[in-house]
Design a binder for this molecule. Structure first.
Ligand code: GAP
Length: 442
């Protein structure tokens, strides 16, 4: 973990937030390369959900959440962790995360601490004008259910996908970006007819494993954890967690839950007419019946399967898998980030052999523009004149290809292309660069 954290800071992936003022605990900023990696991971998820399925729609709902939504969803009452104080060191911990240095007899009895961030809405703070920063992106998917169904004419089964920020006032944020207070989730709510939920659940577990494999987190690095009944969230009939071996231990990367009809049932009006299976609180505030016709033309409240992944945890897993220290001849070594090319923050570096040589740099700029216009990601011009240093840097940040422009290029229109993983170099003609690039990067 330490080496990875150091690389992330040194190369501009991840910084502690407000570092120049001592930081803000559990909050991180994503630097020039971090933002690219994050966007690429989110884009891969979005493509696999919204573009590659004919029955999944996208949504981008608000972060500020009406407190009534979270009352009916159960978060106001139950979204809490047990917290204890250590009378000896004066610090507060989540009950299951007390360090060994605190003695049992020094701990207070656990009490529940609600993890939601509350904020005031509007200019008057009279105690009633508050909203929450959403603790999960899911709830606005449920509250928009009718809007999406009506505007897209969907029938079962279908899904709504969303990526966005979520906030949790974690008692003990820790392990770099693994447990933080501000993070992003990639959540799909997949609505099915009751009775079809068990099969849909199993099928989404497999699809999500396959997706992680494509991001460079192989299936054999993930363990499935069948959450025991007494640990299930209040809404869940069954949850399978994808547990990944993070540098600090085996922990949840993504959860795939069968939320039954709990959420739509909770947010619906006229609940008594809807044959809701879950145990829901009587809703006196909703103005919408959250139901849809099944195949027999009967209005029902669908069940929902929810694959929910954290972007930051995804980045940590992807970085951890990609981070490699390779031994080289003559007792040398190199750090190389073997990211899947579609996730690499920079797709290619164009390196003129001699710094500021007008002819070489002009040609390098033309090649950069040519590749940039393909729209596959960031291409950079590396005008340092130090090829060895450039290769080392681009190995460390995971750039799949380095293209060197030298004096021979001016004579015969050929360049040297170096592959990140094999370190093999080949001489190809400028006219062939696009094909090679497309082949390696796609
Ligand atoms: N809508 C369901 C839900 O929010 P969750 O298991 O609480 O379920 C889903 O969260 C995913 O969100 C987790 O698997 C994890 O990847 C990510 N996540 C949750 N809390 C997090 C935190 N404090 N920091 C970073 N990621 C977090």
């Amino acid at each position: 973990m330490e080496e990875l954290v150091a690389l992330c800071k040194r190369r501009g992936f991840i910084f502690q937030s407000a570092e120049i003022y001592g930081g803000l605990q559990g909050v991180y900023d994503f630097g020039p390369l971090g933002v690219e990696l994050k966007n690429n991971l989110k884009s891969a998820w979005w493509k696999s959900m919204v573009y590659e399925n004919d029955n999944i729609e996208g949504l981008d709902a608000s972060i500020l959440t009406n407190s009534i939504v979270l009352d009916y969803s159960g978060h106001t009452e139950t979204f809490s962790d047990p917290m204890v104080d250590c009378k000896s060191c004066g610090l507060r911990f989540r009950e299951d995360q007390v360090p060994k240095s605190c003695k049992k007899e020094d701990l207070t009895k656990p009490r529940q601490f609600n993890l939601m961030f509350k904020t005031n809405i509007g200019p008057i703070d009279d105690g009633n004008s508050y909203a929450y920063l959403r603790p999960e992106t899911a709830q606005q998917i449920f509250t928009n259910f009718k809007n999406v169904v009506d505007s897209s004419s969907r029938s079962l089964p279908f899904g709504i996908a969303q990526i966005g920020k979520a906030f949790r006032n974690e008692i003990t944020p820790r392990n770099f970006i693994f447990r933080v207070r501000e993070f992003e989730q990639m959540e799909l709510e997949y609505f099915v007819a009751p009775g079809d939920d068990d099969d849909a659940h199993s099928s989404w577990v497999q699809k999500r494993l396959n997706w992680w494999e494509k991001q460079g987190v192989p299936i054999n690095t993930i363990e499935l954890y069948e959450v025991p009944t007494d640990e299930l969230a209040h809404y869940s009939k069954r949850t399978v967690d994808l547990m990944y071996k993070f540098p600090h231990g085996l922990e949840e990367l993504e959860g795939i839950a069968n939320r039954t009809d709990f959420d739509l049932g909770s947010h619906s009006k006229k609940q008594s007419e809807l044959n809701i299976h879950a145990d829901v609180k009587l809703n006196k505030d909703s103005n919408s019946k959250l139901s849809i016709k099944n195949n027999d033309d009967v209005m029902i409240v669908p069940f929902v399967i929810e694959p929910s992944a954290g972007v930051e945890r995804g980045m940590l897993a992807v970085l951890n898998e990609a981070f490699t220290i390779e031994s080289l001849p003559e007792n040398k070594s190199r750090i190389v980030l073997k990211l899947k090319p579609h996730l690499a923050p920079i797709k290619a570096a164009i390196i003129p052999l001699k710094k500021n040589d007008e002819k070489l740099v002009d040609l390098a700029k033309k090649i950069k523009t040519m590749l940039q216009e393909l729209g596959l990601g960031r291409i950079i011009l590396e005008n340092t004149g130090n090829i060895g240093k450039s290769y080392r840097k681009h190995d460390e940040i995971g750039t799949p290809l380095c293209i060197t422009i030298d004096f021979e290029t001016l004579d015969n229109n050929s360049v040297t292309v170096r592959d990140r993983d094999s370190m093999q170099q080949e001489r190809i003609e400028i006219k062939d660069i696009i094909n090679l690039f497309m082949e390696k990067i796609k």
